[in-house]
Write a protein that binds this ligand. Structure first.
Ligand code: PHE
Ligand code: FE
Length: 298
């Protein structure tokens, strides 16, 4: 749950030893046995609950990459498989990178992934994305040709949003699709968002809880909607297919859209608008009763 929003972090200087594009060696040899065990623990928890919850593209990606529970993956081996499938590669970075650097990697079909893993005390909640979130959460979807194109198009769109001063709107699109998106299928709603699928608690909450709203994806609506980074989402947006997501985003010129929505108010997180397609109308009980902090204190 709750990885830090990319655009909220302070843009620090290039870390010592990093390349100008912020990449570093993964340092595969430096992981300890304990590090590998944390990956395996996290992996096994997700493997238990994701069949029937994650979308087929994600589950197929896990298989195709052999991302099963043998400890932290070596990017060299992963990249051989991934680049054969969709031309994407994973590059190691020390953590969050500046927006322009991030977009540049995506636009070139490189996914920047943190090389460190969380500690044993942070299995359920972490402040900054680690290698489990970045690789287990994001990389399986990059084996899907349509999603692979979406991520690259997003990177190009990111450069443009930066130059137009509309990063906030584009960041919301990332949040509600790449991180927290749900997909409608004949079998029911399925998860494709990395922030959900890398979290055991949110994988259950996002599909099973009565609390959040689940609404049909609408590009303009999503780009106007606030979001939270510190707890389970209060609203999830549902796409009818990955192809639809790619078509409406790549097929829309965001320039006029940015100008239009800059004259419109932001939409609060739990709002349901008369024009929304409602999958589930949430009670908001989890959020209004204090969310994660309240549960933790109980
Ligand atoms: N079509 C968008 C633009 O004109 C670019 C984009 C594509 C953004 C896909 C996000 C996802 O800026
Ligand atoms: Fe992420």
């Amino acid at each position: 749950m709750g990885v830090v929003e990319r655009t909220d972090h302070l843009q620090t200087n290039l870390p010592k030893g990093a390349n100008p594009d912020w990449t570093i060696p993964q340092g595969f040899e430096h992981y300890s046995e304990a590090d590998h065990r944390i990956w395996t623990t996290l992996y096994e928890r997700q493997a238990d609950i994701l069949p029937g919850r994650a979308c087929n593209a994600f589950l197929h990606g896990l298989d195709a990459l052999d991302l099963h529970g043998h400890g932290i993956p070596d990017f060299r081996q992963l990249n051989e498989k991934l680049s054969n499938l969709t031309g994407w590669r994973i590059v190691a970075v020390p953590g969050l990178v500046p927006d322009a650097v991030f977009f540049d990697h995506l636009a070139n079909r490189r996914f920047p992934a943190a090389n460190f893993i969380r500690g044993a005390g942070e299995l359920d909640y972490l402040q900054e994305p680690d290698i489990f979130h970045d690789v287990f959460g994001h990389v399986p979807m990059l084996t899907d040709p349509v999603f692979a194109d979406y991520m690259q198009a997003y990177g190009k769109g990111g450069r443009r949003a930066l130059s137009l001063g509309h990063l906030q709107n584009l960041a919301r699109l990332y949040w509600y699709t790449v991180e927290f998106g749900l997909l409608e299928t004949p079998e029911g709603l399925r998860i494709y968002g990395a922030g959900i699928v890398s979290s055991k608690t949110e994988s259950i909450f996002a599909l099973d809880s009565d609390s959040p709203n689940r609404l049909g994806f609408d590009l303009e609506r999503v780009m106007r909607t606030l979001y939270r980074i510190d707890d389970f989402q209060q609203v999830y947006f549902v796409i009818p297919s990955l192809q639809h997501l790619l078509d409406v985003t790549a097929g829309t010129d965001f320039g006029p859209l940015y100008r239009k929505i800059s004259r419109m108010p932001d939409i609060a997180i739990a709002t349901i608008d008369p024009s929304d397609k409602i999958f589930t109308r949430g009670t908001q009980e989890y959020a209004t009763s204090g969310g994660r902090l309240r549960q933790g204190a109980a």
